[in-house]
Design a protein around this ligand. Structure first.
Ligand SMILES: [Zn+2]
Length: 192
C-alpha cells in the first residue's frame, strides 16, 4: 500500500477500509480508501483514519536556487537582512518566519559601497537563494533581481520608476535603488 508521507493524486487508493476509516481528503469506495485531493497521505492512528493533507498546508522547504520575494527588514554596513515572504511559482506557504541575508558583495554585479543607496527598509525585492545552511543567504546580482516595489523614505508612498531612478509621486523625492528590470509590475511568480 501507499507509504505514509507520499504525495497522492485524487483517485489514488491509499488504504483499504478494513485497516482505516476515511478521513479528511479521502472517501471510501468498494472497500478502498481513495484520495479526493492532491496532497500528502497521513494516518491518524488515534482515530485509525486515512488523511490526505492539502499541499498548501505542508511547510515549504527553502532551497538554493529558489527565486524568493522578500521584504527588507534591516540594513547593516555589510548586510541586508530580509524576511522571505514568498517563493516564486510555489503555492505553498513558508513555514514560520524565515529571515536571510544579502551580503554587500552579492547585491549587484558592480561594486557597491553604500547599501542605503541600493535598498531601504520596507522594499520588496526579488532575490535568488544561494545557500540555506547554516543561514539563508541570497543574491540580487543580475538584471531580473532587485527591488520590485519600493517606498518613499519621506512619505512611504510607492515609488514610480523614472529611467534609472525612482520618483515619489506624492512629494517628488528622487531615490536610488538596485531595481529589477520589471520594477513596479508586481510579478511575484517570475522564476529566474
Ligand atoms: Zn514621498
Amino acid at each position: 500500500m501507499i507509504k505514509e508521507g507520499s504525495t497522492v493524486l485524487p483517485g489514488d487508493k491509499v488504504a483499504i477500509s478494513e485497516e482505516l476509516q476515511p478521513g479528511e481528503g479521502t472517501y471510501e469506495k468498494n472497500g478502498e480508501i481513495i484520495a479526493s485531493i492532491i496532497g500528502r497521505f497521513r494516518v491518524d492512528r488515534q482515530r485509525m483514519t486515512a488523511i490526505v493533507e492539502p499541499l498548501t498546508k505542508i511547510p515549504l522547504v527553502l532551497k538554493a536556487g529558489d527565486t524568493a520575494i522578500c521584504e527588507v527588514k534591516q540594513l547593516t554596513e555589510a548586510m541586508v537582512i530580509v524576511r522571505i515572504i514568498h517563493i516564486a511559482g510555489n503555492k505553498r506557504q513558508i513555514a514560520g518566519e524565515k529571515d536571510g541575508a544579502i551580503h554587500i558583495s552579492n547585491i549587484a554585479d558592480e561594486f557597491v559601497d553604500d547599501i542605503g543607496k541600493k535598498y531601504r527598509i520596507g522594499d520588496i525585492i526579488r532575490a535568488k537563494i544561494i545557500r540555506v545552511e547554516p543561514a539563508i543567504q541570497l543574491s540580487t546580482k543580475g538584471k531580473g533581481f532587485g527591488t520590485i516595489k519600493a517606498y518613499c523614505t519621506n512619505c512611504r508612498n510607492p515609488l514610480i520608476r523614472k529611467n534609472d531612478l525612482l520618483e515619489c509621486p506624492s512629494c517628488g523625492r528622487m531615490e536610488e535603488r538596485k531595481m529589477a528590470d520589471d520594477y513596479g509590475e508586481g510579478n511575484l511568480d517570475r522564476v529566474i
